[in-house]
Structures are given as C-alpha cells and as structure tokens.
Design a protein around this ligand. Sequence first.
Ligand SMILES: [Zn+2]
Length: 497
Amino acid sequence: MTTTVLPSYEDAISRYEPVIGLETHVELGTATKMFCGCRTDFGAEPNTQVCPVCLALPGALPVANRAGIEATIRIGLALNCEIATWCRMARKNYFYPDMPKNFQTSQYDEPLCVDGYVDVEYEGKSYRIGIERVHLEEDTGKTLHVGGATGRIQGATESLVDYNRAGIPLVEIVTKPVPGLGALAPEIARAYVTELRDIIRSLGVSDVRMEQGSLRCDVNTSLNKPGEEWGTRTETKNVNSLRSVERAVRSEIIRQTSVLDEGGRIVQETRHFHEDRGDTSPGRSKETATDYRYFPEPDLVPIAPDPAWVAELKASLPERPSAKRARLSEEWGISAVDMQSVANAGAVELIEETIAAGASPAGARKWWMGELARRANETGVELAEVGATPAQVAALQKLVDEGKLNDKLARQVLEGVVAGEGDPAAVMAARGLEVVSDTGALTAAVDEAIAANPDIAAKIREGKVAAAGALVGAVMKATRGQADAKSVRELILQRLS
Ligand SMILES: [Zn+2]
C-alpha cells in the first residue's frame, strides 16, 4: 500500500456531500435479563449471572420480560415513533463464541417502533433526524483475549468468555439516512447522540454510559459528488464517546475522499475507530440481511401491546430534555449556550436539586460547573459520583452566603466533603476553617502586621494606599486565609489614617 497525503477536511467537504446514519445500541437498566430471571448487575464476577436459558442449554425456554418491552415502547414514543400493534421477535443466526445460542433473539421485519424523529439543536438551529426503527434484542456475552500485547485476538494465548451480559435487553435505534448536513455532519452526529442520550436518561430506562458500554454507537458514512447518487457507506464501530462520534465521521469523510480522488471504490464494510489515532481501519466486509437467515422466533409468543396501555405510556412521558433546558435556562437566567454546557456536563438534575435544597441558581451552578466538574474530569468519574450531594453543595453555599466561609475556605471545605469527611458544617468545624469575624482578633493581627512592616505602614500613612496589599497578604497569611480580605483592607486603612 502506498502512503497517500490525506486531503484536508475543508477540501474534502468542498467537493463531496456526506450522508450519515447512526445505529445506537442502548442497554436497558432492567433488574433482570430479557428472557430469563438472571440479574444484570454491572461488574459482577464472570459467569455468576447465568442460567440454563441465557446459556441456551437444551430444553430451556425463554419468557419475555415485560419491563424490557415497556422501556422499548417508551423510547419509541419519546422518539415520536409509531408503535406496532402486533410484532414478533426473530432469530438472527450467526456463530460467535460469546453468544451461546448461536443466534441472537432480535427483531427483523417487525420492529416494535417505526418512523419517528428527533429534533437536534446545534448553534441555535434545529435539525430533524428521522428515526427508521427502534427494536428490541438481547446483548451478547463478552470475550476477553489474554496473553497478547493489545488485548485483541491477534497474539493472544487464551480467550475467556463471560456470559453475564448475554441476554441483557438491548434496544437498537436506527436513524434514516441523513443527507444535506454538509460540513456540519460530524457536529450534528454528535449532537444527535447527545440528545438521544439525554432523552433516554430522562426516561430512566438506562444509565446510557458510553464508557461502560450501556450506550454504543455505530456511525455510517458515505460520500457523493453534488447531484450524483449516494455513495457506498461504511459502518464505523467502537465509537466509545461523544467526541469520538464527531471524530469518526470527520475521519471517514477524509479517508473516503482520498480513496475516491484516486479513482478507487468505497467497499461496504465495517471499520474500527481508534481512539488514540482518531482514524479507522477495515474490519469485516458487511453481511447482508440474507446472511443471517432470519426467521420468527418460535419459542416466544408475538408481542401485541394494548393500544390503551401505549396511550397511557405516552401520556406519562417525562418533560422532553430540550423543553426542560429551555424552561430552566429562563428560570436560572443563563444563555442557551451555557445551558447546553450544563447538560453536556450531566449537571442539570444536580443543579436543580441543589436549588431545591435552598441554593441560588448562580450559587448551585458555580460549584457543580466549577470545582466539582473539574474534579470529576480529573478523576474520570461522572459528576453525580464525584462525592458531593446536592444537599451538601446547598449547605456549603449557605455558609458562604452567611459570611462564615470565603471562597478559598469554601473550596477547602468542599475538598473535605468530597473526601468523605462529612457535611460542610462538620468539615468546617473539624478542619477549623471558619472565617475570622471576631474584630478583636482581626485588629490584633492587623496591628501585628503593621508593627512588623514599618516601611510599608509609613508609605500608607503618606497616602500610598496601593501598598496596603502587602499588609493584607501578611494578615491573610497570619490567619491562614480565614479572614475576609475586604474587611482586613478596610481595617488597615482605618488604623493608618
Ligand atoms: Zn439467565
């Protein structure tokens, strides 16, 4: 293979039009699996959450989990889909070592939900993404290749399989092809997955965490010259973060342009996205539906949701995340852009609860989007798991509002809260972090600083008040930062006037 110089993104997009499509898998957060009663806890010892049904032992028969069907219908309704009044599960036949049945129970030509849409906001404009289908299936197990350098099967000495995940309900959400986005295709792809994540999170049916694999995304990309037919698409797998969704589309547009420029042909195949390099490499050539020999699952009865039940589920859908963001940005007095960053940080509910616990919107947002977001980023945890609760953040802000803590001390108290030392008041007491408000003690510290710095004091007496900064610093140091700098400054000027 010869090394080619890749075109720039701007160059590629000036000559070709992308069409994208996204297939998203969401692992449902049901307590038990889709067709048996096994638990679904994440991180359990390998092969401890299995039974004859999900291991496909002879004679074992599946029974559908109503909660899985209900969650799928709710997702479909939230995505403005039509809900089938009658449909069936199907067997998708293929052999994979992490799939004990040698077929996946899925849906083929009779999905539970069809023909919906999601409106996605990007930089003040709205884009409608069509939803082709939302169907229910089951997850596979997990294979672990050991002994090699890369964790991949190449070079491995052994492969281990864990069936705990096999049979966990999975919902696949497939968009219609999305043409016409031009240069914004990567950004809109990311905005779509973000919106989808927020909608599903608001339904409470999945924790939708990309890093844990409960939200997984495959990105289809094709290119065509303006006015020509759509090109052959590739399907990029292993896209494990929102940022990667955007990078994967961009890198495929550049790669396909380079192939087409050289007179090459795009092969219909799956490709693997590499987080580290930001590009894709070829996987297997893509199967077509006929390769899977789909047929209706004979061991399960058809699913025929009662329209009255579906209407009930529709009426009880929660407020749409976009509507909620619009309402809250007004209530909190912040711009739509700031609201979007709050949503992206996963802080909407946390800030809401902090306000409900008594903090002002500005105070609540300051801690969650500042100190706590930084800490969550550094330690690689979700904001909700950073170690502080909304009630604690509200209590912290109250201590600041009452003048018992200044900003610097409040940060130290928060550090203690996050470290598990207790509520803010307890940390403040245990670490002795309260602002010194006792005027007697402050005056003594000021007088000491004046006595220790006669030159500076003389300057201030001569009217050079800018020199007071040095004395303020000395007092703050003497009080270990526990004085209110403004009062200290006033006191110094007063003593030297
Ligand atoms: Zn089981």
